[in-house]
Design a protein around this ligand. Sequence first.
Ligand code: SF4
Ligand code: SF4
Length: 402
Amino acid sequence: MKDKRFTLVSDTPCPITVLNDIPLVRLQFGERTPLTSVKKRVRVAKGALLAEHGSPNVGDMHASIDGVIKDLTASYVEIQYEGLPLDVAGTAAAAAKDTELARPVEPVSFDGLDEIELGKTLKRLGIAIRPFTRPCELFIINCLNPEPGMLYTQELLAVHMPVIEAGFSLVRRLNNAPEFVLALPEGGSASLEGAGVRHVSPQYPNSLARPLIKIVTGAERTKHVTLVRLHNIFQLGLVARSGLPLTEQVATVFGKNYLAPLGTPVQTFLDIQGFKLESGDSVILGGAMRGVAISGLRRGLRKVDDAIQFIPKGSRPELEDNPCINCGACVLVCPMRLRPNMLSRYAEFGQYESCRKEQLATCIECGMCGWICPACRPMQQYFRMAKLQLGMPTFQHRLRGQ
Ligand code: SF4
Ligand code: SF4
């Protein structure tokens, strides 16, 4: 039977609002290196290159609005909006010659580029190209909303299909997979020329990579399968259509969909929706099942953040190191057929090697066991702590650097 708490589709449309007039953005460098010309009080044009990543697979970083660099630290740059000066004809900001970073950015053409040059060009435009270039036998585009409460994929499929098609045309140039499949929620009718369709029950955690690949292929092993989220194809499509760097992000924020400049602070979304946080409320970056609480409201939207959730105080039971009552509910619900009860006990008492033997690496941090646990044990926190102790990548680590 379907559980409404874990549904991945919405009964009502939720249009994507485009945000343009953002007074300030905060862009996280991640593992990128800022250019030496990036300094406080320097004027920047939207699309100006600000930081580069050493890996050919990870996208570089660009200014997402016109403005002036207001603050700069080792981890972020803040840009305050300021329109670029007009030229004498009163047209675009062509007169902005005070720094290299202030020059308006010209679109690039992808025509005639071979696979290698195309990949390099997209990386310079901010795209993390690794998922698109990985050789595979089957390339799946995941069109399910990643987690309950996220609403944007239905809108992308309904309204922004030309952008998705533009992204997919570049995917076809980057990847020679013999088979492409759109994994759609049951009832979905979207299509892409050159891709088959597979309908999937829109119930979490079917949207996560391992369960979805199992549903589509019937096999546990994922070696020859690449799975990319629709949101990544959309980002690629934005760049494909404009020829300009990636400066926007689609995300579900506090129950509404936005296409917002990268780096838009959480506080700006709160202001737009008129939310006032009370003591004890939480804001989660990412989905309610796998996201992490943020400590500051100036935190800006990153390329990997497709949701920000508001959790009012008291709306969820408090997690505590309560003893396991051996109910077995977590074992029944785990999609990876692990024993979360044993894993959590080992992690709680620092028996990390036992966690390894219990296949902790297989845990996809879906959060189902923690959600269901009647003892309110902090299951994901245990697993993330144990993974860190064992040098295993966590879900949040995988997001880093993209
Ligand atoms: S978070 Fe829990 S339910 Fe999900 S895969 Fe890990 S152990 Fe299983
Ligand atoms: S759901 Fe919680 S209480 Fe029940 S067995 Fe799992 S860890 Fe123990």
